[in-house]
Structure formats: C-alpha cells, structure tokens
Design a protein around this ligand. Structure first.
Ligand code: PMP
Ligand code: GLN
Length: 379
C-alpha cells in the first residue's frame, strides 16, 4: 500500500467545514456550520460576471491579476483604510486561501516557525505543515479572546519567520485593537519576521473599527495584507482574493502562486473590480448587526453562555451550562438530533483544554433560517 499522505499532513485529512456541511445535507439540517451566506451578492455584480462570460472573458487572465482589479484593490485600500498601495504590488489569488498558502510557502523553509493564534482558521496549520515549517500558537481565551502579552512574546524566537494575524477573527469574532496589533508588530520587528494578515472580514465589525496591520507605523514594509471578495460580496464560491505588500515580498508570493494555479476566475475579476469601487461598505455591517443580535439573544435564551462577537459573521457559544463536555461530539450529532449544524471550536486548537465545550454558529443566513434554528435549539 502506498503512503498517500506525507506524515506532516496526516492531521489534516479533511476539513471540518466539509464534514459538517455533509452532515447537514444528509440530515436536512439548517447549516449554521460552514461560513457562507444563504443569499447571493448584489445583482449587478452577478450580472457583470455573466456579461463578462458573454463577452469573452473566458481565457487565462494575466497571471498577477486583471489590471482593473489590481487598481480597484489599491483604490479600496486608499478609500477604506487610507493605505497607499501601488497596483503593481497587488497580486490577485484564488481566494484568500491561496494567498495565505502562497505567502507561507514563499517565506518558510523547514525549521522555520510561524506564530499563529489559536483557535486558528483551519488552513493555517495545514499550509504551515505543507511548507515544512512549525507553528507556535498563542491562545485566545474566552470571554474576550485577546492574546496574553507574555504568551505572545514567548511564541516569538530566533526561528520565527512569520506571524499570521486574522482580524476580525474567525472563529471567535474578536477584533484586535491597535494596542494588540502594535504588540504583535513590535515583536515582528524585533525578530525580523513578516506579518501576514488575513482581513477577509474587514467590512464586518460592530462598534469597533477594523485596523489593518499595515496602517501601523513601521509595519507596511514587512506586512502582506490579504483579503477577498467572498465575504464582502457574498460570493464565497468565486474565490477571488488578493494580497498586497512590499514589492519584494509580493514577488515571492507571485513566484509560488504561479505554480499553484497560475491564474483564474477570468470573468469574476472585472465584476469584482467594479463592485469594489461601487460598494456601500458600512451597509455590510449594518445588515449583519440585527442577525448578530438575534443570535446572541436567542442562544442566551436557550441557556448557552454566548460571547458577543465584535466582528465576522460568527458567534461562539459555550455548551458547558447545558452539561455538555465534548462540543466536537455534540456538533457531529446535532444535525441528526437537533436539525441544526454548527462547528466545534476545539478542531481549530492544538490545546485540547482551550475550547472543549465551545461551538461556532454562522449567522450570515436569512432571518427565518436563524429563527427556525433557534426554535429547534430551544426544543
Ligand atoms: N481566512 C478566513 C479567516 C476565513 O474565514 C476564510 C473563509 N472564507 C478564508 C480565509 C478563505 O477565504 P477565501 O474563500 O477567499 O479563500
Ligand atoms: N471560511 C469558512 C468558514 O470559516 C469555510 C471555508 C471552507 O469551507 N474552507 O466556515
């Protein structure tokens, strides 16, 4: 029998999102597990992509991305975050996922270390392992999921090559403020590490600003900033993402990306370029806020301890008050037993004691779906 998976990848045989969605489909459960909206993005965006197909945008786009999209990303960074970005330093990727993977693979060699916060987005440990590097985790603990300064410092060392920051943070919904980002940035400078920031939820915050790491003094020249259209425009299946940063770092990411996918998403790129210029960004958070409030209140009424998110479209709740000790087992039984699917937070952690009883619910769903899910949970 051939060993089909190299040893360092064995822990990552399947994603929890695919597993939970599969269970939801099998049992006809309401899927608050995998994070995707149940309504499509703006009609004009969908029409623009259809128009692009009809008018011949069906062959390879330029490998670095369509110039119009790279310009639109730079303009977006200027308009939304007062960041000055040269379109030549923007690389279009197949979702944020490819940008993260290409960045880590470009920067790391076996023996290098990457600092990640746990719970982490599931692709982070997998791509760090693919690069042959080692992850050093910093815990984010309930109730506010902010890093402890001493633990943060201890995670950095002479082999630190990069730190992967995700704010607003999936799965906890926490948002890192300027002080936390400054502390991370200072450690990156001290250890000459690159900051990779995953900002796919940049337009989903409640009462707090999103601070891009690259806006902090002294950090732009060592930061790769990543985002994507999937969350912002409710088109998670389009997989149009981007990364920007200093020219030499982006060149390294481009060198990897060209051998992963080379290029893709030709008809989606002009559509996203146009949407980036036209979008009403505050409306995104404003539309999500009532859903967040509905879920926070509803889950509390069910008897769970709920950690109100400051960003993203996820809410984390603790099942311990209901006597549940293993949320992972509970989440796998829920689609059949309760008719609702959610994701256990423990699968995003190295430390088995960090979040054994926490569940993540996605609230990017129609109100009637959220209400019915809460009704089923209460029953
Ligand atoms: N990072 C985080 C934190 C995410 O939640 C997701 C899921 N959308 C991604 C990256 C992947 O983004 P994309 O679908 O654009 O690859
Ligand atoms: N980002 C989505 C989530 O966190 C899932 C993406 C995926 O299925 N890989 O739920």
């Amino acid at each position: 029998m051939v060993a089909v998976l190299v040893p360092r990848l064995r822990p990552f045989t399947s994603t929890i999102f695919a597993e939970i969605t599969q269970l939801a489909v099998e049992h006809g459960a309401l899927n608050l597990g995998q994070g995707f909206p149940d309504t499509d993005g703006p009609a004009s965006l969908l029409a623009d992509a259809q128009q692009a197909i009809a008018t011949g945008a069906n062959q390879y786009p330029p490998a670095p991305g369509l110039p119009a999209l790279r310009e639109a990303v730079a303009a977006h960074q200027r308009r939304c975050h007062s960041l000055s970005v040269d379109p030549d330093d923007v690389l279009v990727t197949m979702g944020a996922t490819e940008a993260i993977a290409a960045a880590v693979i470009a920067l790391c060699e076996p023996g290098d270390e990457v600092v990640v916060f746990e719970p982490y987005y599931d692709s982070y440990p997998a791509v760090v392992a693919m690069a042959g590097a080692t992850r050093r985790t910093v815990a984010l603990r309930a109730p506010d999921f902010q890093p402890d300064p001493a633990e943060l410092r201890a995670a950095f060392g002479p082999r630190t090559k990069a730190v992967l920051v995700n704010t607003p943070h999936n799965p906890t919904g926490t948002v890192f403020g300027s002080d936390t980002l400054r502390a991370i940035g200072d450690l990156a400078i001290e250890h000459d590490a690159v900051v990779i920031t995953d900002e796919v939820y940049e337009h989903m915050t409640f009462d707090v600003p999103h601070v891009p790491m690259a806006t902090l003094p002294g950090l732009a020249d060592r930061t790769l900033t990543i985002s994507s259209a999937g969350k912002t425009f409710s088109v998670t299946g389009w997989k149009i993402g981007w990364v920007h940063g200093p020219a030499e770092l982006v060149a390294a990411v481009r060198a990897v990306k060209q051998f992963l996918t080379f290029a893709g998403g030709a008809p989606f790129q002009p559509a996203v370029a146009k949407a980036l210029g036209e979008a009403d960004y505050p409306a995104i958070s404003a539309g999500l806020r009532p859903k967040r409030d509905l879920m926070v209140t509803g889950l509390r009424e069910v008897g769970l301890r709920v950690f109100e998110p400051r960003g993203t479209y996820f809410v984390v709740a603790d099942l311990a008050p209901l006597g549940v000790t293993d949320a992972a087992a509970y989440a796998r039984a829920m689609p059949a037993k309760v008719g609702v699917a959610a994701v256990p937070v423990s699968v995003f952690c190295d430390d088995p004691d960090l979040a054994p009883t926490l569940l993540r619910f996605a609230f990017c769903k129609r109100d009637e779906v959220l209400l019915e899910a809460l009704r089923r949970l209460a029953a």
